[in-house]
Design a protein around this ligand. Structure first.
Ligand code: GLU
Length: 611
């Protein structure tokens, strides 16, 4: 389903304006990063020992470092950061959402995952978002009770700490409890994020009360305290993570979804949802095996379906393995964009919830299959949408298909990524979200957190009449995600970890950071800061303005026929792609934490003992 959002893109080369989705990031020539001049000190880079944290927010990163200092490990720190983000970044995080966590366990020398993605309530059918034979407009669906999935966030935290932490769940929640009680100062970014979802926040009585003043964003410099969320976290600390899934908290969630309390001056038509208590009681996270591909001597681990992060990045890396990416930059970027075109064609056709549809994951990650996609790439940009391939062996030699390919218009900018590492060598990459900025806009009254609208990641109607759609809603099913927490090992040891927000641009952002760092030799922080570009099997590639200002963009256009659409929109956030975070593990037990320096106001990278 096209989420037909507000973002607008304009063709670089004098073309028509198109209303499409996202932008991506690609590597600029060294030293040419135009956004570097806007750099503000948000602790975007830190080097030192004892462990490291990188997140989108200073208070949250500090919470993680505090836990590491007190003997917690990377898993404890990740939970402390995520729960604190529920306070300080409530529009992109918190107990009402879900996410995917990838962990490198040093002692066992293995990578595990937690799939804490929201599920569709058991009463969901493929017609969840259909009305009178028509799909609901996204703008209507996003603030409806129908959009709310059963939140997986708190069960993720509980499972992670129980299985892999050193501290107790209750101890890991303490920084967030304190933060919620004390509050935090409203900055420019928070106001921008509020504006992104103002009509939704205005519509719900509890959200107006908590996040707005007289229906307007809170003034700069004012303090937002959230005693309700402090109480919610205390309840969870006392009774354990399952307290969200039964008892009064579960009752309050279900009641909010089924009977949203709408402010009586609101013009919005808010449809109630279909969640029941038993949907919460029966919710449990899953722990699927990570995806794995080899790339230039590294082992790249990511998130398997229902996320398309690991499989799409993995397929693109396998395609790129066949090229020398260290030479001519324009040619390397041409191959990067084309690898995305073909990988997204496959992602859109094949990746859904593997409990409900057959996902040919083995084929999608098979270098032999990637060879059949690579051989379709020429010296000229392909005309998208290109067709999906056939990832079921035996693969054809260089097959062309007449199947119908689809593009990916989804390009949201919400979500957050956390990376933590500890002195024992454990590493966590954790991408989590409540989907759109502020999710549905519904705060659970008396509990201080917003409910997700993750079910809008389903296709509302089949995306093409002649191709099976693997991403339609069903009871218990998880919508396809793009979240892409990634851990890279080299010579058997963790090398770096990275992840990003940004809807489907998450995939292109992470892939671009990987090639920036691995192929183009940029330090991780530069790889993260670099202007972005990418392709979702769309005729034009999406780009930040800073990318099209580079001379390499002109070369891509004149030499390879690539075309770019610059991302822009109503708020400054709409013209950015992916406030990513990462950590590099250096020799001699040192760490280099890197956060986005500019986008979304800049993130925060910290180490326990700065050098
Ligand atoms: N719901 C999106 C996904 O799972 C992430 C939301 C966003 O980044 O805006 O792919």
């Amino acid at each position: 389903m096209s989420h037909a959002r507000r973002r607008r893109t304009a063709l670089l080369a004098g073309g028509v304006s198109v209303a499409l989705g996202a932008a991506l990031a690609v590597a600029p020539p060294a030293g040419a990063h135009p956004t570097a001049t806007r750099h503000r000190d948000h602790h975007a880079v830190a080097t030192g020992r004892g462990g490291a944290v990188s997140s989108v927010d200073l208070d949250a990163s500090r919470a993680g470092v505090r836990v590491l200092r007190r003997g917690g490990n990377a898993i404890d720190a990740a939970v402390a950061v995520a729960s604190t983000l529920g306070v300080t970044e409530p529009f992109v995080a918190g107990p009402g959402g879900g996410g995917f966590l990838v962990v490198y366990l040093a002692k066992q020398h293995r990578v595990v995952t937690i799939d804490g993605r929201e599920t569709c309530p058991s009463l969901c059918t493929k017609n969840l978002f259909m009305e009178n034979g028509q799909p609901l407009p996204f703008e209507e669906a996003r603030h409806s009770g129908l959009a709310v999935g059963v939140p997986g966030m708190v069960d993720t935290w509980g499972r992670a700490v129980h299985r892999y932490g050193r501290h107790s769940f209750a101890a890991d929640l303490q920084p967030a409890i304190r933060q919620a009680r004390r509050g935090f100062r409203i900055d420019r970014t928070f106001r921008e994020e509020t504006k992104e979802s103002l009509p939704d926040l205005r519509a719900f009585t509890a959200s107006r009360h908590l996040f707005l003043r007289h229906g307007k964003p809170l003034p700069l410099g004012s303090r937002l305290r959230n005693p309700d969320l402090a109480r919610t976290y205390r309840l969870l600390a006392t009774h354990g993570p399952r307290a969200l899934y039964s008892g009064r908290l579960a009752g309050a969630i279900v009641h909010t979804v089924r009977h949203p309390r709408v402010w009586n001056g609101s013009p919005l038509d808010v449809r109630p949802g279909i969640m029941r208590r038993r949907d919460l009681t029966s919710y449990h996270v899953d722990q699927p095996a990570p995806t794995h591909v080899r790339y230039r001597g590294r082992d790249v681990y990511g998130m398997p379906p229902p996320s398309s992060g690991g499989s799409t990045t993995g397929e693109a890396l396998n395609i790129l393995s066949g090229y020398d990416m260290s030479g001519d930059r324009a040619l390397a970027l041409h191959h990067y964009l084309e690898s995305l075109r073909y990988s997204f064609a496959d992602r859109n056709r094949y990746v859904g919830d593997p409990k409900y549809v057959d996902v040919p994951l083995h084929g999608l990650l098979d270098p032999a299959y990637a060879a059949t996609r690579r051989c379709l790439i020429t010296d000229h940009a392909a005309a998208s949408p290109v067709a999906p391939g056939n990832p079921y062996p035996p693969y054809g030699a260089c097959p062309t298909s007449t199947a119908h390919g689809t593009t990916t218009p989804d390009h949201e900018q919400s979500t957050n990524n956390i990376v933590t590492a500890d002195r024992w060598g454990n590493v966590v990459a954790y991408t989590n979200t409540i989907e759109h900025f502020a999710g549905t806009g519904m705060t659970v009254p008396g509990y201080g957190f917003l409910l997700n609208n993750e079910m809008t990641d389903f296709d509302f109607a089949p995306s093409s009449p002649d191709v099976p759609d693997v991403n339609l809603p069903a009871g218990g099913k998880i919508p396809r995600s793009s979240m892409n927490p990634t851990i890279v090992l080299r010579h058997g040891r963790p090398d770096f970890a990275v992840g990003s927000p940004g809807g489907a641009t998450i995939i292109t952002t992470v892939l671009q950071i990987l090639i920036n760092h691995i192929d183009f030799g940029m330090p991780l922080e530069k790889a993260i800061a670099a202007p972005r570009v990418g392709n979702f099997n769309t005729p034009t590639s999406f780009a930040e303005q800073a990318f099209v200002d580079l001379s390499v963009a002109q070369t891509l256009e004149s030499r390879y026929g690539q075309q770019f659409s610059v991302v822009s929109g109503i708020t400054p956030l709409d013209s950015e792609i992916g406030a990513a975070t990462g950590i590099r593990l250096l020799p001699h037990h040192r760490f280099r934490a890197a956060a986005e320096p500019v986008r979304r106001g800049g993130g925060s990278a910290l180490v326990v003992h700065p050098r």
